[in-house]
Design a protein around this ligand. Structure first.
Ligand SMILES: Nc1ncnc2c1ncn2[C@@H]1O[C@H](COP(=O)(O)OP(=O)(O)OP(=O)(O)O)[C@@H](O)[C@H]1O
Ligand SMILES: [Mg+2]
Length: 256
């Protein structure tokens, strides 16, 4: 079953030049799709469209078979329940004035999700490898990697169908990055995910499919194994040559 279909999507900011052109790909339910491409290729813009923060001028996006309409507020309320995101910067993404409990339970309140929010927050924070006492503290008491775990707990607390991640590990130092990639791998095993990165090593460790963007167009797409084995596009080849920068995430690691 296809969860997300992107069909011939084109987008420009204002009256500017096209930032995305004729983008089409499917995300099957349960799949993890990596979106790679160099800076300015349109990865974050595409995620904005998938989040409904902007609407494509051409083409359309289907979620669970229905077209996403960012202008339909009723529809978007339901959509936000299904789709959550994790962003790059673990420092600006958590409100410093709020306790972690309030941060992690925020989607439950804003989406008016019934149930025991305390218990749901504890389950989410434990599932990202942190202890429940984390919930009583403030963001400044945590490292970048721990903050990213908190951001992930917030993203999964409402049990979304789709997790979107925009460079969620690129601000982390290398050893922390390996452990957070490992966490994403655990989470991704029972979730559908679109994971943006310009690091092919991270994407290869996490995703079963890869879409390669270059200047707003898809230049290559397919199964990770096939792309790693036989990259077609020169840009993909150059990305692959940078993989050794990423240590093997499958090696045993110290817990954070
Ligand atoms: N708010 C905006 N207004 C106008 N142009 C924008 C805006 N945001 C991004 N752009 C332009 O759109 C293009 C794609 O940007 P985008 O941020 O999607 O790239 P990216 O692939 O995420 O890059 P990076 O790897 O650096 O995050 C770039 O040329 C960028 O300058
Ligand atoms: Mg970006």
């Amino acid at each position: 079953m296809t969860l997300l279909q992107v069909e011939n999507v084109g987008f420009a900011y204002g009256k500017g030049r096209a930032v995305l052109e004729d983008i089409s790909f499917d995300v099957p339910r349960g799949a993890n799709v990596g979106l790679v491409g160099e800076s300015g290729s349109g990865k974050s813009t595409l995620l904005r469209l998938l989040l409904g923060l902007d609407s494509p001028q051409r083409g359309r996006i289907l979620f669970d078979g229905a077209p996403l309409d960012a202008r339909d507020r009723g529809y978007m309320r339901g959509y936000r329940r299904q789709v959550q995101a994790v962003f790059q910067d673990p420092y600006s993404s958590l409100n410093p004035a709020h306790r972690i409990r309030r941060i992690v339970t925020e989607p439950l309140r804003s989406l008016k999700i019934p149930g025991d929010h305390r218990q749901m927050a504890e389950a989410a924070i434990t599932s990202v490898g942190l202890t429940p006492d984390t919930l009583d503290r403030y963001p400044h008491q945590f490292s970048g990697g721990q903050r990213q775990r908190i951001a992930i707990a917030r993203a999964i607390v409402a049990r979304p169908a789709l997790l979107l991640a925009d460079e969620p590990v690129s601000a982390l130092d290398l050893s922390t990055r390996v452990r957070v990639v490992d966490l994403f791998r655990q989470i991704a095993s029972d979730m559908t995910m679109v994971f943006v990165s310009h690091d092919m090593g991270v994407v290869a460790a996490l995703c079963d499919r890869i879409v390669v963007l270059d200047r707003g167009r898809i230049v290559e797409a397919g199964d990770t194994a096939a792309i790693l084995k036989n990259p077609q596009h020169p840009y993909t080849q150059s990305l692959l040559s940078s993989i050794p920068r990423m240590p093997d995430a499958a090696q045993p690691q110290d817990p954070t």
